[in-house]
Design a binder for this molecule. Structure first.
Ligand SMILES: Nc1ncnc2c1ncn2[C@@H]1O[C@H](COP(=O)(O)OP(=O)(O)OP(=O)(O)O)[C@@H](O)[C@H]1O
Ligand SMILES: [Mg+2]
Length: 309
């Protein structure tokens, strides 16, 4: 599978703060394959939303370019749907009206029946059948977020960009919506770039998890390749033998390495911003395994990884 459906190529974003240029990040590179679900995690202020806004075409990089499906991004496009933390619905329109409005802006020549059928399909998909005529004020937070998801999906975008879409929801609703987004994205082969602060959410949803260091001058430190099977389920994901290896790796990054990564580079760690290292927590390279097997620390490593008792 080509990793170049979305190609972030050496982007930088600088802001003028009190007459001085402040660099949020620079020389940022990342490729995402078609149909891939990528989450990005990192501390507040490191530049996650800035990257997402550039992908959405709502912000322009100070340097570099982003290419989606072989076309450089020059502004917003209905090929790229954005789901924000806040629902951003039109308050005077019903559920059907909000989704139909998006459908109409995508297919301007469609008649009422066609528009309604397309909107209904996605309202049904997110479990809002029966609530079509309600206005946003009559909906719970979770229902509003479902409308946002239905609206984003109804325009059949090439990519979905999600900025902490579930963070304002209670745990139960968040879990249900994660399940639904996962089900829909798997069945439609949707390409997703999602920001989250929740490591469990990232492990449940993502194929790869991008680790961003603290700003200013934030970097993509590494990319964690999720070893859990595609058909994972919420209720047993934590029982997978590699779940805690991945979880601990992500938490260790957020707690310590997001701060100290630059020291790792200064200390001689190889780092190429064009090709951030892809890591597989809990699994070892076959050649490394055979050389480690000879070493006394092998058993200890295996015990630490929970693979032997
Ligand atoms: N218009 C602006 N002018 C100056 N600085 C800005 C502007 N927009 C964003 N920034 C700065 O860019 C940095 C990155 O902001 P961004 O919103 O991308 O962070 P984030 O990683 O999404 O954080 P959070 O997790 O809190 O949402 C922050 O330090 C922020 O203050
Ligand atoms: Mg943000």
């Amino acid at each position: 599978m080509s990793k170049r459906f979305i190609s972030i190529e050496g982007i930088a974003r600088r802001f003028d703060v009190g007459g001085r240029a402040s660099t949020v990040f620079e020389n940022l590179w990342l490729s995402i394959a078609k149909g891939e679900f990528v989450c990005i995690i990192g501390h507040s202020g490191c530049g996650k939303t800035t990257v997402l806004n550039i992908l959405a075409g709502l912000d322009t990089p100070s340097e570099g370019v982003v290419v989606v499906d072989n076309q450089a991004i020059v502004g917003p496009s209905l090929d790229r749907a954005v789901i924000f933390q806040s629902h951003a619905l039109l308050p005077w329109r019903t559920v059907m009206g909000n989704v139909a409005y998006a459908v109409t802006s995508r297919w301007r020549k469609w008649g009422r029946v066609e528009v309604k059928a397309q909107a209904q399909k996605f309202i049904d998909l997110v479990g809002l059948a029966g609530a079509e005529s309600k206005r946003p004020a009559e909906l719970s937070g979770g229902m509003k977020q479902r409308v946002g998801i239905a609206r984003a999906l109804s325009i059949e975008p090439k990519i979905m960009l999600m900025d902490e879409p579930f963070s304002a929801l209670d745990a139960l609703t968040r879990g249900t919506l994660q399940d639904e987004v996962r089900r829909i994205c798997l069945s439609t082969g949707q390409t997703v770039f999602m920001i989250t602060h929740d490591v469990d959410e990232a492990i449940y949803l993502a194929d790869r998890i991008v680790l961003m260091t603290n700003g200013p001058d934030a970097k993509i430190a590494e990319i964690v390749v999720n070893p859990l099977p595609k058909d994972r389920r919420r209720d047993d994901v934590h029982k997978h033998p590699l779940f805690y290896a991945v979880r601990n790796y992500l938490i260790d990054f957020l707690v310590t390495r997001s701060r100290t990564f630059s020291d790792e580079i200064r200390g001689g760690r190889a780092y190429d911003p064009k090709k951030p290292l892809e890591v597989h927590p809990g699994t070892l390279e076959p050649t490394l395994v055979s050389s480690l097997r000879a070493a006394p620390s092998y058993e200890i490593t295996e015990k630490r990884l929970g693979r032997v008792q």
